[in-house]
Design a protein around this ligand. Structure first.
Ligand code: SF4
Length: 645
């Protein structure tokens, strides 16, 4: 058996190409594909260990239909007939049906399966649980979402990493930064929780959570007093006056107090950006935007990079991300009918509870949204009034509420073509394992569901969907070539916004014009609850075996001790929305106003942070402002003494 080229379709920027290598015993080993120009044979633990997920005894491998309150095994014929009858009954009122899809798995065929709910004009969601706020912020500043090629970081003399935990979010970015540092690149990390990325930095500034805009504004104010920088602002931006006015709204002392950064640290940051002989790159973290003022955080950092001239040159650019679909033909999507209405994803619980007319059917795939969206309990309660169809492989917080659960195949079991939100390759992902039991991929399931409707809706065949996606001027490949070679490269300039010319019509940078203070603390909930990315799992794709005991909550020793809690002690994590038990671990590097929980734990196992979070929304792109959630930690009450017999 020859080795097969496949790839990872998880919601990760790296988009690794993989090879399935036969072992002597006939089984397959999943390894990185050394021929891939960007991922170069390196894959992370999430990809390496995915086979264990495929083989998990917790997999759902047959359709399940709820009868008398209990999910019971059913045939595909029965399960799809039940779903088709429900959809037929609501066909004339598509606004009563909601399609929720996520990025738990990605790819051209996964997207193409969405043609069924789109043709039915089911309601859809808007907003984002992750990067949309930052994307909107970058588009507002630059007129598009773009960045230099990640390998341009090798050309940087300095990298300012504004909070990206590259030790967990991207093994390839971590490798690039490591190699750049070996060649002499200096890295300054700015973060409220620096312990992850500090190993990839030469210097660290610890900042109060969500206040990076104040630090960036303070550095910009200083830069603008130095020769040449104000002139660049006036020359390269469309609205310098509005930007300068917002910088003047707070003096330096107020800005530094707001972000809890010393004058010496500000001086260092200013000096880094002020060095016009050096090439300075800016890495935007993917937590900056997860605050109520998330777009302002991103935009003030972008403005600082622009004023300092560190954009559009070798080694100098702002790195957020790129669209993973930018290299594909997406015209077919634009030709689909508009959804009958849109509900906010970050506020989905409230939206479902208050929808008029009510949502009577939910079709969910690629996302465990009860778990992943804020306010899990409101979402779960609202779902009890709808007929819920879930495509999933595990009995997670959303699947447990399904009326019909349709078992789907996972990556390495389904054919896909997928793009990256970091590099310019598209990857072919061959199915290398047969799906277990009766599992089928989303495309197959929704195609058959559509065919069973009283007025059938058929998807185009798979080959057509794959071919039309590749029909793009950016791709010089064919489906058969891609299947053979495993990847194709789309051509894009190595440097984005070369010569400081943005993609706005006027070619200028459009500055942020607001610098909003944070709301005053209530005092009862002094900590920002930061639910950060994990190293070994993505989203809520966490095996039960990893959710034993209590989840760990990192806190600054002084903060925990002030609550009378020792390192390793069980405690209560409380928000106005609820409480959960955690084990407190001291982290001397974390800002004293932050506590950190790794995200994705299941509510049903007592590990789900979103059972505690409110549906807060960011200032652009309807993003979930997860990190603006305030929390307290409290000592567990001692068990009351047992009454005497
Ligand atoms: S999770 Fe990311 S880094 Fe890991 S194998 Fe998949 S694409 Fe590669």
């Amino acid at each position: 058996m020859t080795q097969l080229v496949t790839g990872c379709t998880l919601d990760c920027p790296d988009c690794c190409s993989m090879v399935a290598v036969p072992r002597q015993d006939g089984t397959l080993s999943i390894q990185g594909n050394p021929a891939h120009p960007f991922t170069q044979g390196l894959i992370c633990g999430k990809g390496k260990n995915f086979v264990q997920r495929l083989q998990s005894s917790e997999r759902i491998t047959t359709p399940l239909v709820r009868r008398n309150g209990t999910l019971r095994k059913a045939s595909w014929d029965e399960a799809l007939s039940v779903c088709a009858a429900k959809i037929d009954a609501l066909r004339a009122t598509p606004e009563k049906m909601l399609h929720i899809r996520g990025a738990g798995t990605r790819g051209v065929l996964f997207d193409a399966a969405g043609e069924l709910p789109a043709r039915l004009r089911m309601a859809a969601t808007h907003g984002s649980l992750c990067d949309e706020t930052g994307i909107e912020a970058c588009k507002a500043d630059f007129g598009s979402l773009n960045m230099n090629h990640p390998h341009d970081l090798f050309n940087a003399d300095r990298i300012v990493n504004w909070g990206r935990d590259i030790s967990r979010s991207s093994v390839h970015l971590a490798k690039i930064v490591n190699e750049a540092r070996k060649k002499g690149t200096q890295v300054l990390l700015i973060s409220p929780c620096p312990s992850g990325a500090a190993g990839y930095a030469d210097e660290v500034i610890t900042v109060r959570p969500g206040t990076d805009r104040f630090l960036a504004a303070a550095a910009a104010r200083r830069l603008l007093t130095r020769p040449g920088f104000r002139q660049r602002l006036l020359r390269c931006s469309a609205n310098a006056d509005a930007y300068l006015a917002c910088l003047d709204a707070m003096d330096e002392h107020a800005l530094l107090t707001a972000c809890d950064v010393s004058t010496a640290a500000l001086e260092k940051l200013t000096d880094w950006y002020a060095d016009t002989d050096a090439a300075v790159s800016t890495l935007l973290g993917w937590g900056l935007q997860r605050y109520i003022r998330g777009a302002q955080n991103v935009r003030h950092i972008n403005a600082l990079a622009m004023i300092s001239g560190h954009i559009g040159k070798n080694g100098a650019g702002v790195f957020y991300n790129i669209s993973s679909s930018r290299n594909f033909n997406r015209q077919w999507m634009q030709d689909l009918p508009e959804p009958s209405r849109r509900l906010s994803l970050p506020r989905i619980g409230q939206e479902l509870a208050g929808a008029a007319p009510p949502v009577e059917l939910v079709l969910c795939r690629g996302i465990n949204f009860v778990n992943q969206c804020p306010d899990s309990h409101t979402t779960a309660a609202a779902l009890r009034h709808a007929f819920v169809i879930v495509l999933d492989a595990f009995m997670n917080d959303t699947a447990a509420l399904a009326d019909v659960l349709l078992p789907c195949s996972l990556m390495l079991e389904r054919e896909e073509i997928v793009g990256s939100f970091m590099h310019n390759q598209i990857n072919y992902c061959a199915p290398v394992f047969p799906p277990p039991g009766e599992c089928r991929d989303d495309f197959d399931i929704l195609d058959e569901l559509g065919s069973r409707l009283s007025e059938p809706v058929r998807l185009p065949d798979r080959e057509t969907c794959l071919r039309r996606a590749l029909d793009s001027p950016l791709l010089q490949t064919t489906l058969s070539r891609l299947r053979q070679e495993g990847f194709a490269t789309a051509e894009h300039p190595f440097i984005a916004y070369e010569g400081m010319r943005t993609d706005h019509q006027d070619g200028l940078f459009h500055c942020v014009a607001e610098l909003s203070p944070d709301k005053e603390d209530s005092g009862d909930y002094p900590f920002f609850l930061l639910t950060l990315i994990s190293r070994n799992t993505l989203h809520s794709q966490i095996p039960a075996g990893m959710q034993q005991g209590l989840p760990e909550l990192a806190a600054a020793p002084c903060a925990a001790q002030a609550a009378g809690i020792a390192d390793g002690e069980a405690a209560l994590l409380c928000t106005p929305g609820g409480q959960m038990q955690v084990t407190v671990r001291f982290d001397p590097a974390i800002h004293p106003s932050a506590v950190r929980l790794r995200r994705g734990g299941w509510v049903s196992r007592g590990w789900g942070a979103n059972g505690l979070t409110a549906p807060l929304v960011t200032d652009a792109g309807e993003g979930a402002a997860f990190y603006s959630q305030k929390a307290a930690i409290k000592k567990l009450q001692a068990e009351p003494p047992h009454p005497q017999a």
